[in-house]
Design a protein around this ligand. Structure first.
Ligand SMILES: NC(=O)c1ccc[n+]([C@@H]2O[C@H](COP(=O)([O-])OP(=O)(O)OC[C@H]3O[C@@H](n4cnc5c(N)ncnc54)[C@H](OP(=O)(O)O)[C@@H]3O)[C@@H](O)[C@H]2O)c1
Length: 334
């Protein structure tokens, strides 16, 4: 048996509801590079090494394989269902059928209910898995408050029906949040957003914290193995920056570990994907924190380096991917 990190030693974050969750979860998106079985095997190892949170999604195409691992862990008494924090997401083609999508994920994941159910993207624009960056769906449309709230209402019903404990949102912007937050009956507990040292999203991060919505940082390591469609020549490799290298040297570890320590100390939940390094990532949460000076140095690394630009979600008439992110402070509807 490999190394076990006691889940009680892993720091927790507190939601506005008073409930707690671990400061780190395991990502399960294989970036179109790894098979469902490889990822399920890592999930199995992760549970046995002390992970208690998993970030899944219907569109990652591996929930049935991960579900077998969960079931096995429950049957063998390795964990009880209540000890895991299982998150999954409705994909864009199911925005009008949220209950059906959630029930399918619950059945695939063999978990009775989910802890957090996210709206993966705030619009129903669909792209086929493994598509390339030029791929466009002629049915794609700009964000609509009405459409989003129709999907969100269905998520509120999931909470009322006990299918999920909490609602999450993902890939949002401040203008979109301003438009929809006042319309919600049940406030989301968390928001997934891309965060890594060269893309810190400080303004959105602060907005979420001010509204008691927990930031959940995806691609916390800068996703060096992300899909081809998300690779651009101008992208910066976070871990190669001299600051990250120097701090890693001081702590005698890989710069990926430094990125995760920074995420935790900033207050987010990080959800790193890993087939090979997940034990050290979990362990890093329990020891050897960064100094205030190191935290301040990493804060200077912001380069506006968004990796998931979202080109494949663009609608006819959109200028370019910047339109997805409301960068001028207003929802882009043209
Ligand atoms: N809401 C959304 O729209 C959205 C979008 C993207 C991603 N996500 C979620 O966020 C998760 C994480 O994002 P990601 O998978 O793209 O990227 P990531 O977690 O930033 O990077 C994963 C890569 O980092 C490597 N790595 C991990 N720990 C390491 C360590 N200690 N030392 C060296 N290398 C290390 C892994 O390699 P090894 O496998 O070799 O360890 C893997 O190639 C996804 O899996 C998914 O759950 C959500």
């Amino acid at each position: 048996m490999g190394e076990f990190i006691n889940p009680a030693d892993v720091p927790k974050v507190k939601f506005y509801t008073g409930d707690e969750a671990p400061c780190i979860g395991m990502g399960t998106f294989g970036s179109d590079r790894f098979t469902a079985d490889q990822i399920a095997e890592a999930v199995d190892g992760a549970i046995k090494s002390g992970y208690r949170m998993f970030d899944c999604a219907a569109c990652y195409g591996n929930e049935p394989e991960i579900g077998k691992v969960f079931k096995n862990a429950f049957d063998e008494g390795i964990v009880e269902r209540k000890d895991l924090f299982i998150m999954t997401k409705v994909w864009n083609d199911m925005h009008e059928h949220v209950e059906e999508a959630c029930k399918k994920s619950i059945a695939d994941l063999q978990c009775d209910y989910v802890d957090m159910y996210y709206i993966h993207w705030p619009f129903p624009n669909y792209h086929a898995p493994k598509c390339d960056v030029e791929s466009r769906n002629p049915d794609s449309k700009p964000f609509s408050v009405e459409e989003f709230m129709n999907t969100y209402r269905q998520c509120e019903k999931l909470v009322e029906d006990g299918l999920t404990r909490f609602i999450g949102i993902s890939n949002m912007t401040i203008p979109k949040l301003e438009a929809v937050l006042p319309l919600m009956k049940i406030k989301p507990v968390a928001c997934e957003l891309e965060i890594h040292p060269c893309f810190q999203q400080q303004e959105l991060y602060d907005y979420l914290v001010a509204h008691d919505i927990q930031p959940v940082g995806y691609m916390p390591i800068g996703s060096p193995m992300r899909p081809e469609r998300d690779m651009c020549p101008e992208d910066v490799a976070d871990l190669q920056t001299p600051v990250m290298q120097e701090i890693a040297k001081a702590h005698n570890c890989h710069p990926a570990i430094i990125a995760l320590k920074w995420a935790r100390q900033r207050g987010e939940i990080a959800i790193p994907f890993s087939l090979h390094n997940y034990v050290s990532n979990l362990k890093a949460m329990t020891e050897d924190p960064l100094t205030e000076e190191e935290m301040a140095k990493i804060a200077t690394l912001e380069k506006g380096n968004r990796l998931v630009k979202g080109q494949v979600f663009l609608w006819h008439g959109a200028k370019d991917w910047h339109d997805l992110w409301d960068e001028d402070g207003e929802i882009v509807t043209l």
